[in-house]
Design a protein around this ligand. Structure first.
Ligand SMILES: [Mg+2]
Length: 399
């Protein structure tokens, strides 16, 4: 075997994506389901074999960009095939900064993803082949619906699963959508885990949602509230999902160790890349939990990484998509977005991740800002002073 390629350069490509003026994490308070403004961070890794790999990191992309630049000198000259060793090296390099968190895991994710892309391209196989081979030939998808009309439209386009939710009246919204889509379409409900959603309220909401037979209820509590998840688990009998705001394997692990969730949702841009996500998937498998990566609001490269993971693990549940998304998404990705057929996308067959982006389009949309407060105001019962931990009063109806 010829020598593996060596890393010669690591470059970052940060862009503003989505409509400006609309915060990215409050989609439920608007009529639109198109995700709001956010940053996409792409990373390219060049090698002495002339092969360039492409990755993507989330976890506060503008800060992750700095982290990637900090790590780059440690990686130049290294064996580009050594994904596990380099993942460990990056984690050790960050030890002095504390636990790696979403920023560190975002940097590792972007670099690791690009290294898997390089390996696939060098060996002439899609990444799912390197992850153990395909256990399925297509991936089931869901999209988002804020209204019954949007849900009906998604089903008409072939989706067999839709997700709704919100921090205001999620039960009423879910009931209205269930009425329209009928019993045979899967329905998920995302509560977005706001810290002002108390354990008693989360219990009440989950109990109200149970008759709707949700595929899962997502983030019923904020991610820091592990004790709350434990109590909620005992109190309700709907499937629970969480993990998008946790950082990588060690972030999600406590939820799985304690059987607190049925569905692990590693964010494919901040969960240590494919090296990290497949460990999350294995841990979930050991707990008879499934995997539904958080990837809808991310860029196209992280979506492809999620597709490759879901192709190769037994416990893949479903792929999150933001469809329709901001039109710029299709301009960034060369060759177009994955095509939905009968509610599924096919496995990419090209070597590597099988995705390419137009760096000129990325450069033409520079990052302007990278944090946001919720658009459309705070939900009833919360204080406009934007306190993370606050009393919820007057306590509005939650159903
Ligand atoms: Mg969510």
């Amino acid at each position: 075997m010829t020598a593996p390629p060596r890393i010669t350069a690591i470059r970052t490509h940060l862009m503003q994506a989505g409509p400006l003026g609309v915060s990215g994490w409050a989609a439920d308070v608007r009529a639109s389901i198109t995700s709001g403004t956010r940053n996409w961070l792409f990373v390219t890794i060049e090698t002495d074999a002339g092969i360039t790999g492409l990755g993507e990191g989330s976890g506060w992309p503008r800060v992750v960009e700095t982290a990637v630049a900090d790590l780059a000198p440690l990686l130049v000259g290294q064996d580009a095939f050594a994904t596990e060793r380099l993942s460990q090296l990056m984690a050790v390099a960050m030890m002095g900064h504390g636990m790696s968190g979403v920023v560190g895991q975002g940097a590792i994710a972007a670099i690791d993803m690009a290294l898997w892309d390089i390996k696939g391209k060098a060996l002439g196989v899609p990444v799912w082949q390197l992850l153990g081979g395909a256990v399925r030939d297509r991936i089931r998808c869901y999209t988002h619906a804020a209204t019954p009309e949007q849900a009906r439209d998604a089903v008409a386009r072939g989706y067999t699963a839709v997700k709704t939710g919100g921090v205001a009246n999620p039960v009423a919204r879910a009931r209205a959508i269930r009425d329209v889509i009928g019993p045979d379409i899967d329905l998920m409900v995302d509560l977005h885990g706001p810290p002002w959603l108390t354990l008693p309220d989360a219990i009440a909401i989950c109990r109200d949602l149970a008759p709707l037979r949700p595929l899962f209820v997502e983030e019923p509590l904020c991610p820091e509230n592990i004790e709350g998840y434990r109590a909620l688990r005992r109190a309700v009998d709907v499937p629970l999902a969480a993990g998008e705001r946790h950082g990588g394997l060690h972030g999600i692990a406590p939820l799985l160790f304690q059987n607190l969730i049925d569905v692990a949702q590693p964010d494919s841009g901040r969960s240590g890349g494919l090296t990290g996500m497949r460990k999350v998937a294995a841990l979930a498998e050991a707990r008879f939990a499934t995997v539904a990566p958080h990837s809808g609001s991310l860029g196209p490269v992280a979506e492809f990484a999620a597709i490759h993971l879901l192709a190769a693990i037994p416990n893949a549940l479903i792929l999150e998509r933001m469809d329709p998304d901001w039109p710029g998404r299709a301009a960034v990705i060369r060759g177009g977005c994955p095509v939905l057929r009968d509610g599924h996308v096919d496995l990419p067959m090209a070597p590597g991740l099988g995705v390419a982006i137009d760096l000129d389009v990325v450069a033409a949309s520079p990052s302007i800002h990278n944090v946001g407060l919720p658009s459309g105001g705070w939900p009833a019962g919360t204080e406009a002073s934007t306190l993370y931990v606050q009393p919820r009063t007057p306590r509005p109806g939650i159903g």
